[in-house]
Design a protein around this ligand. Structure first.
Ligand SMILES: [Zn+2]
Length: 230
């Protein structure tokens, strides 16, 4: 089945009562047509005046492009609800799928006969199925944050050495604070030249954020790149 907003809200409510003691507050749910992830619990980190970290602006993103069995989809919804529970209660975990996450997941799996896993990624088979027909043009986007607070982007070809060269060289520049990599099929990026040139095209942070809302985040350590699974 393909997820719908109505279905996900209904299931959120049902599992909130059944598994979370109805303690999860309302959360906006958004549908996502991303190919590589099936669900995601998004939020913002905020430091209070007293220096404590709190989380806000929660949002649940569920894929409505990949066809899944009902049980698979429900497992994904519950997986994201566990993330939400941990973040909304400010519980410290050892990593994004750390000790607390795994313990809650194991308990729910055992008690309710679910098959929740720690993966957010769609399977290659699901991706191929969803891509059959129109193949989206996924691009690698580097988002460059400058030391002076300004931001910019560069569209890179999907060639590992080219991406690494750009990442390492630009990251190493004094005027650059950091470089983050994404995969996106957003049309905005069609308007930028795709090359390994060591350039940055200025773009305001809000526009970048809006157009990368459905993007998959990539993790780069300077030597390799992989999907950031959390
Ligand atoms: Zn997760």
């Amino acid at each position: 089945m393909i997820a719908t907003l109505e279905y996900v809200y209904r299931k959120f409510d049902e599992y909130n009562r059944l598994m979370f003691d109805n303690k999860l507050p309302f959360i906006p749910i958004v549908m996502s047509s991303a190919l590589t992830f099936v669900g995601r619990c998004e939020y913002r980190r905020q430091r209070t005046l007293s220096g404590k970290v709190r989380y806000c602006d929660f949002r649940l993103r569920i894929n409505n492009r990949i066809d899944m069995a009902e049980d698979e989809l429900d497992d994904i919804i519950i997986h994201e609800m566990i993330h939400y529970y941990i973040a909304v209660n400010g519980i410290a975990d050892t990593s994004s799928h750390g000790h607390v996450f795994r313990q809650m997941m194991d308990e729910i799996n055992a008690r309710y006969g679910r098959h929740i896993t720690i993966s957010h990624l769609s399977t290659p088979q699901q991706r191929n199925q969803a891509m059959a027909g129109k193949r989206p043009t996924y691009k690698v986007i580097a988002v460059v944050s400058m030391a002076d607070g300004k931001q910019g982007i560069k569209v890179l070809p999907r060639v590992l050495e080219t991406i690494l060269n750009y990442y390492n060289t630009v990251s190493g520049n004094d005027k650059v604070r950091d470089v983050k990599l994404y995969m996106s099929d957003d049309k905005l990026f069609d308007h930028y030249p795709k090359s390994g040139a060591l350039r940055v095209y200025p773009l305001d942070a809000e526009t970048i954020k809006t157009h990368l809302a459905d993007a998959e985040k990539l993790k780069c350590d300077g030597k390799s790149i992989k999907f950031d699974d959390n």
